[in-house]
Design a protein around this ligand. Structure first.
Ligand SMILES: Cc1ncc(COP(=O)(O)O)c(C=O)c1O
Length: 440
């Protein structure tokens, strides 16, 4: 009997999408090819808690990216959705401004008392571009030193004009940059996390006006790194930006810089701030933020009401439920279990990241094939899974235990491959892409 294709509608639609949308979709991280080319469900029709239903009516438990970090409170959170529904009933946008943007600004300042002013946008890349503009205006200098991932805009990608692989060590490798103006060469300089000496050399050599960095991603700060960066920036009149689009609200209520007790001049939030609704923010010291008045920064849809309304409800719910404690403890459990299984099956595992957004890789020349195998086999058991997990409050202990029960069988399979079995004999799909690749 012919095997039923469980993704018939989804794959057909994605095939068409690739003909009419360059790259097939809008966000690299949601390309099915990054998980299981030809086998990963491309489209969803419903999402609730940590469950996702694809358009072919298959139901999954999301043990992967959870909307790429957007939904700490789970998909379709009732409280957040209700506040949004109220806005829709009374009008999302008009010729006048919405009060929610002022209320949200007050909330963010209350959580981060060092900051006195706030602006809003709707994506993380935008928030970064706004912050860079404000910081350049405030410092009076154009050159930027950066560490980490900060979106798709010209100012950031320009670093690869200098050297093709400059971005390779900053989350997404092999990014292509055709169309980024050549004359941005020599305006942006990468440094490695925890390498203060490298940053200091750049600052001594170039007229740096801005340092833009993630507070932490895969590594924790060592040797007082964050404070040293802070001191250097203050000494040299450099504006320090902490991009917390991903790190915010995952370890504590607010930016993780609060946990490390180092304040920037500007901090950015995105992703989880609206629990799935588009809202990002730039908060900062008054003397720096005031520079926005001398630069035209303005956009129609930054005035709509769903984003700030969702953020207000998200912050309220996070505070009430102490969501950061739950996702941190989930993450610690996940890390412990990955380590235990790796040890049991004699696999060389590398685990990284904050507990609430941890990831692993199995050190082997077949590392990427093993990642592909995990997605393939976990899908059969009803899980969206790869090698990274964004933990949410909807991941219950029962769900985590179920995930590890299924994962154990795959670790065992991987062990057999490390012992000589041909991994390609058990992979039913091509190997997952590692990053940006042209699709056809
Ligand atoms: C730290 C950081 N900054 C910026 C961005 C870009 O945000 P967006 O994809 O919303 O433009 C991301 C997205 O992953 C991020 O992790």
């Amino acid at each position: 009997m012919k095997k039923k294709n469980l993704l018939k509608k989804g794959l057909k639609l994605y095939k068409r999408a690739k003909e009419i949308i360059p790259g097939g979709n809008m966000l690299l991280s949601k390309r099915p090819e990054l998980f299981l080319p030809g086998g990963w469900p491309p489209y969803f029709k419903k999402a609730q808690g940590c469950f996702v239903w694809d358009i072919d009516n298959n139901k999954y438990i999301d043990m992967s990216l959870m909307g790429v970090g957007t939904n700490i409170l789970g998909y379709s959170n009732k409280i957040v959705d209700k506040s949004v529904q109220n806005v829709i009933k009374t009008g999302n946008l008009s010729s006048l401004n919405c009060v929610e943007e002022v209320q949200l600004a007050e909330q963010l300042i209350k959580i981060h008392p060092w900051a006195k002013m706030v602006k809003f946008a709707r994506s993380g890349g935008e928030a970064n571009s706004i912050a860079i503009r404000i910081a350049r205006a405030a410092s009076g200098r154009d050159k930027v030193a950066f560490c980490g991932y900060h979106g798709w805009h010209d100012w950031y990608l320009a670093t690869n004009l200098e050297k093709k692989g400059n971005l390779n060590s900053h989350l997404l490798p092999s990014l292509k940059i055709r169309g980024v103006p050549q004359n941005l060469r020599n305006t942006i300089f990468p440094f490695m996390y925890n390498d203060f000496k490298q940053l200091k050399n750049i600052v001594d050599r170039e007229k740096i006006g801005v340092i833009c960095m993630e507070v932490t991603r895969n590594e924790l700060p060592k040797n007082n790194f964050l404070q040293k960066v802070r001191d250097l920036a203050s000494k040299k009149g450099i504006v320090l930006i902490f991009d917390e689009c991903t790190s915010g609200f995952r370890k504590n209520f607010g930016g993780i810089h609060k946990y490390f007790k180092v304040n920037p001049d500007l901090a950015l939030f995105g992703k989880a701030l609206g629990n799935g609704y588009a809202i990002t923010s730039i908060i900062g010291k008054k003397e720096v933020m005031e520079s926005a008045q001398d630069s035209f920064i303005s956009s129609t849809f930054w005035t709509e009401r769903v984003g700030p309304t969702a953020a207000l409800a998200t912050l309220r719910t996070m505070k009430q439920t102490k969501s950061w404690e739950k996702i941190d403890s989930n993450g610690k459990f996940i890390i412990k279990e990955w380590s235990r299984l790796a040890k049991k099956y004699n696999l060389d595992i590398q685990i990284q990241g904050l507990p609430a957004l941890c990831s692993f890789s199995i050190k082997s020349k077949y590392s990427r094939q093993y990642k592909t195998l995990i997605s393939q086999e976990m899908l059969k058991k009803g899980f969206l899974a790869g090698t990274a997990i964004y933990s949410t409050v909807s991941h219950t202990k029962e769900i985590l235990n179920k995930y590890f029960y299924e994962l154990e069988r795959i670790f065992k399979l991987i062990q057999s491959c490390e012992d000589g079995r041909n991994i390609f004999d058990i992979l039913n799909y091509p190997t997952a892409h590692s990053t940006f690749e042209r699709l056809n």
